[in-house]
Design a protein around this ligand. Structure first.
Ligand SMILES: Cc1ncc(COP(=O)(O)O)c(C=O)c1O
Length: 435
């Protein structure tokens, strides 16, 4: 197939007459109309099938329409939809389930509905508990934390979602492929981390560091060993709270329930959302008792909002996480990741325009460049690969010159191999067209 089929084209035109522009690059370039999904497979309006290596938007960890999640939602939909943040039996059970999945020190939970909402809640918490004079927060270049005003304050790269005037202090991210210090790992001795560490030690007005343990939206930037150790120690020694934004990485995506856990960071607060509730609005802030139960943070109403704790989101989260735990899917992420890594390394070797391939667990970024010498980003090539893959029946995600792969954890080995074969053909075709 080339592009969307006739029924999709007609529907897209109908919508375009009304919809404001501003859709994601993926949706705008892809131009598909999906009508159903089951497991790792999506079907479009013209009846074409796709392997979904974007997992919804990193939401479908247990695949599309997992029967147990469907059953839980159907049952909930017939019973109760919203009672503000009153207690429910499912919420109590979900708390217990999360306590089993999270690291032991994260003993207190608060529920929200979106990634940006939970990041805002973390910002409010930090502001509430901060010592006088600690009126700034730290964030890393290339972090993405959402589009609400507070979250945008933490964004330090040209993604179009920065705040009007930043109030957050900037730290170097571990972007080895494009090192801002023009150094090379490991001879660099992780200097980027030393500079962040020094900054933290010298600035006595910083209350917390907000960070993505693996930076997702900027193209899956995985820190080298040594990076987090140094920074986490500096935060500890200087009374700076560590706030892990695991909206994208949390819930097993990197091969551990939390990426921060795997990287050895003991965060004070962790924000989770995407992979938790199979695409239903749901987010959770997990934290230490010391922070979330401190009288300053625990003011009446501080964790309440209209859709926080909504029973449908809670039902979806409870069902999704029960499947994740029972089917030991986080272990499965590591197994699938081990199959994926060598195949992607082989593509990297074969295609010179594939400048960098990096990832962890079932989260990979493929960075396209004009040539390996200049490393000049090649977004037009990434767009061709993205569209060629869709035409072959593979859905990936795209951001600028980076293609992101993040399939559901329930994928079987054959589907993984087939998806990577399609990707290989898509890259081959797109590179060929350029010549
Ligand atoms: C790390 C991270 N934080 C926060 C957000 C914002 O989440 P939402 O789109 O649900 O507001 C995102 C969204 O992609 C994200 O990747």
């Amino acid at each position: 197939m080339t592009g969307p089929g006739p029924r999709q084209v007609e529907l897209l035109a109908r919508e375009a007459a009304y919809l404001a522009p501003g859709a994601s690059e993926e949706a705008a370039l892809g131009g598909r109309v999906f009508v159903s999904g089951r497991g790792a497979v999506l079907v479009d309006l013209d009846g074409n099938e796709y392997l979904d290596f974007a997992a919804g938007t990193l939401t479908q960890s247990v695949g599309h329409c997992h029967p147990e999640v469907v059953a839980a939602l159907t049952e909930q939909a017939g019973r109760l939809w919203n009672v503000h943040d009153f207690a429910t039996a499912d919420r109590a059970a979900l708390c217990e389930l999360l306590a089993e999945l999270l690291p032991e020190h994260l003993t207190t939970l608060a529920f929200f509905s979106t990634g940006a909402e939970v990041v805002e809640a973390a910002l409010r918490t930090v502001q509430a508990v901060a010592e006088p004079g600690r009126n700034r927060v730290g964030a890393l270049r290339y972090g993405f934390h959402g589009k609400t005003q507070g979250a945008r304050m933490l964004v330090h790269w040209d993604v179009g979602h920065q705040s009007f005037a930043g109030n957050s202090v900037l730290g170097y991210s571990p972007y080895c492929y494009r090192c801002p210090l023009e150094l090379t790992y490991p001879s660099c001795d992780v200097r980027c981390a030393s500079l962040v560490r020094r900054h933290i030690a010298e600035k006595s007005n910083v209350s917390a560091l907000f960070f993505e343990p693996v930076l997702g939206a900027a193209g899956v930037i995985v820190p080298p060993p040594g990076y987090w150790e140094q920074i986490a120690a500096a935060c500890r020694d200087n009374g700076v709270l560590l706030v892990a934004d695991e909206v994208l990485t949390g819930g097993g995506r990197t091969g551990s329930f939390l990426a921060s856990e795997a990287l050895g960071v003991r965060a004070d607060l962790v924000a989770l959302s995407k992979g938790m509730a199979s695409g239903f609005p749901f987010a959770v802030l997990a934290g230490t008792d010391a922070v979330l139960r401190s009288p300053a943070a625990a003011r009446a109403g501080s964790t309440a909002s209209t859709y926080a704790s909504n029973p449908l989101g809670i039902a979806a989260a409870k069902a999704t996480l029960s499947v994740l735990r029972r089917d030991t899917l986080v272990d499965r992420v590591r197994v699938l990741g081990d199959l994926m890594a060598p195949r992607l390394a082989e593509l990297h070797e074969r295609y010179p325009n594939l400048g960098d391939v990096r990832g962890i667990g079932l989260l990979y970024g493929l960075e396209f460049v004009h040539d390996r010498q200049s490393r000049r980003p090649a977004p037009e090539l990434a767009r061709r690969v993205y569209q060629a893959a869709l035409d072959l029946g593979l859905r990936t995600a795209i951001g600028g010159h980076v293609i992101r792969l993040a399939p559901p954890f329930t994928l079987d080995d054959g589907q993984l191999r087939h998806g990577l074969d399609l990707l290989d053909r898509a890259i081959g075709g797109a590179v060929g067209e350029l010549r």
